[in-house]
Each structure stands twice: as C-alpha cells, then as structure tokens.
Ligand binder design. Sequence first.
Ligand SMILES: [Zn+2]
Length: 138
Amino acid sequence: MDRAFGADTFNGTRHRLKSRGRCAICARRPREPMNALEESAAVSGARLSWVTCERCTAAVEMEMQRANLRTPLRTRMAVASVASERGPNDHPSVWDEAYWANLSDEQCTKLVKAWILGMFIMAPAVFLVVTVLASAQR
Ligand SMILES: [Zn+2]
C-alpha cells in the first residue's frame, strides 16, 4: 500500500513492505511488517529512503505534521528529528550504569520480584533436568 505523507507536493511516500527487518531509526526488529519511507521527487540530488517500523513511521508522520515545513527535505528532517529521540543509543542496556541510574523504585521492585520468582523456579527446573538426564543414562 502506497501512501503519501500529508497533502502537498513536498511530501514523500510510504510503502508497506512484506518483509521484516531492522528499523533504520530505532534498530528494533518488530514482528509487524515494515514501511519504506521515500523522499519527495522534488528533492534535488539523490533521494533517500528508510525502512522503518510502524511506531517510527507514525512518529515521522507526526513530526512532519507538527513541524509543518515547506521544503522537499521535510521527510529527511523529520526522520532525523525522530531518530534523535528514538535512536538505539537512547535506550541504555541492562549492562549500562545509566539503565540502573534511571530506574524508578517501581521498576526496581518489579525486577527484584521477577528475579526472586525466577530463582524459585530455576532451582526445581535444574533439579528436574539433572534427574531426567541422570535417569536417561542408566
Ligand atoms: Zn523503529
């Protein structure tokens, strides 16, 4: 399904892709189909395109409506703006100190509860696996 951004001639196009892949903005691999965003034909020079997830595509469209720019480069500017907010480096991993520094008390409590529950499930599961493996060797 092709769809133009907005209603004026400065807009790019959006194609729904059947294949899945990594989002060019947030670097996630969503389960839903991806979208291909292309710049307007009015762009001088090479036209850029991006394969993005549904959430990033919606964010780009919202940014284009919010900014209301009248330039053929508005798609490129909107993608850059959204990428600065939703880029993969904006979400620290569990191994980063920033992840734990920004964790709220509620999130920390949930993690501790999940860890304790996991330990109670893990010990019997390991015992069961070892028992089954030991009995299978006899
Ligand atoms: Zn994305």
